[in-house]
Write a new protein. Structure first.
Length: 421
């Protein structure tokens, strides 16, 4: 077999289809949640929920996604992360909780109507999602993909149903915030804490703290690019209505990336096994195709987003009217981010999270320079900087993956190379 898809241990393993379906259902439920919220509360009324969701996404992706993938990497080799790495798990979840609640507390007046209840809601959410992310990582590593798919759907559907009930009862934004607390409860049904089904079959991750620190530093840069963009509008002087427009636009076009975040544990589990089996060429070819295809699709997404994006946002979210250039840049940037995220899973599988961090740091640097140099409205400036940063990150991730597969120089070749210099 020459294709990864043809490998029964690859993307055709049992439960993969359920995992994809669960991801789609979860993403659709999240969009319906946003649509119901904006239609019921209005742009200004929904702004605190948009800020709460945005910062939850930022902190979860920076600290909890690396933890999830660490759990996947360990569970792929039949290691029990909850027993062997309990201190790391508790420390990262606690750190995520402190970071998230600290931000809400410091920005109550700017983003959260000066209501301290949002601080409590964020604290409960971060603890709940910390448990959910670890559970999802363990399930993916143990190849319990059906359970992962069910969890992805159930978490979003429960949040949506509770939010609809709250809104029908006349609840305002702070009441809708409580619906966001309920989603992580669904992980309890998976019983992810059970011991691995077989003895350890591969090496444990060397220096887990270094692996996670490098990964987290990379996701800091990537998520400042991705999820903090709506917040950047506020800091640039944009109105609450403009913040809602940017948040909704980013949320809509984040669909491919949302699915990838949900499914990347599936990819990581596959890459770890293929690399452990010496299938380096297959992994290299797969990642090269994704990176090159992403660059081409990014151009197409720009024009499609400019043409159809504003109308699609208006239809789905009513009275939310993004500028065409905002829709175009966000659509293209999300495609670049999606390709970079998939390609970067190869570096995670190799344990080369330092290279991944360097790539995202370059992307963030490009975006910041672009933002400082642009002289346009806050929403357009943020969208353009986002696109440039994501494209730079994709180029750097692709380059890093190619470098990681270069054969080492043989000792015999070194003298002639030095002499020729």
């Amino acid at each position: 077999m020459t294709e990864i898809d043809a490998d029964p241990h690859g993307m055709r393993a049992p439960g993969t289809g359920r995992m994809v379906v669960g991801s789609v259902i979860g993403a659709l439920a999240a969009y319906v949640f946003t649509a119901v919220g904006t239609r019921s509360l209005g742009d200004v009324g929904f702004a605190p929920i948009g800020a709460l969701w945005t910062w939850l996404f930022v902190v979860a992706t920076v600290l909890l996604v690396p933890l999830e993938q660490f759990a996947t990497r360990e569970a792929s080799r039949n290691r029990h992360v909850l027993m062997e790495n309990r201190g790391i798990v508790v420390g990262l979840v606690a750190g995520a909780c402190v970071l998230a609640t600290g931000f809400v507390a410091l920005t109550l007046d700017r983003f959260f109507d000066s209501n301290p209840v949002y601080v409590l809601q964020m604290a409960i959410m971060m603890i709940g999602y910390g448990i959910l992310f670890v559970g999802r990582g363990v399930l993916a590593g143990q190849r319990r993909f059906t359970a992962v798919g069910n969890l992805l759907a159930a978490e979003s559907l429960l949040r949506l149903l509770v939010a609809i009930g709250v809104i029908l009862a006349g609840g305002k934004a702070v009441a809708v915030g409580w619906s966001m607390v309920t989603g992580p409860v669904t992980v309890a049904a998976t019983r992810f804490w059970r011991p691995p089904p077989a003895p350890p079959s591969g090496p444990r991750t060397a220096r887990p703290s270094r692996f996670l620190l490098a990964y987290a530093s990379g996701t800091v840069a990537s998520q400042i690019l991705l999820a903090a963009s709506p917040l950047a509008v506020g800091f640039l002087g944009g109105t609450a209505a403009m913040l809602s427009v940017v948040f909704v636009t980013f949320t809509l076009f984040r669909a491919p990336l949302t699915l990838i975040f949900s499914l990347q544990g599936r990819l990581l589990s596959m890459f770890v096994r293929l690399l452990d089996q010496g299938e380096r060429a297959r992994v290299r070819n797969f990642s090269a195709i994704v990176a090159v295809s992403g660059m081409g699709l990014m151009v197409a997404a720009f024009f499609v987003g400019r043409w159809l994006g504003p109308g699609l946002v208006r239809v789905l979210f009513r009275e939310v009217d993004p500028a065409p250039v905002l829709a175009a840049t966000v659509a293209a940037g999300m495609v670049a981010a999606s390709a970079a995220q998939i390609t970067g899973q190869v570096l995670v599988a190799q344990g080369a999270t330092g290279r991944l961090a360097n790539a995202w740091a370059v992307g963030l640097g490009v975006a910041v320079l672009a933002l400082l140099g642009l002289r346009s409205a806050p929403d357009v400036a943020v969208g353009s900087a986002f696109l440039l940063g994501e494209f730079a990150a994709l180029c750097m991730v692709g380059f890093s993956v190619i470098r990681s597969f270069r054969p080492p120089r043989s000792p015999a070749a070194e003298p002639s190379q030095i002499g020729s210099g």
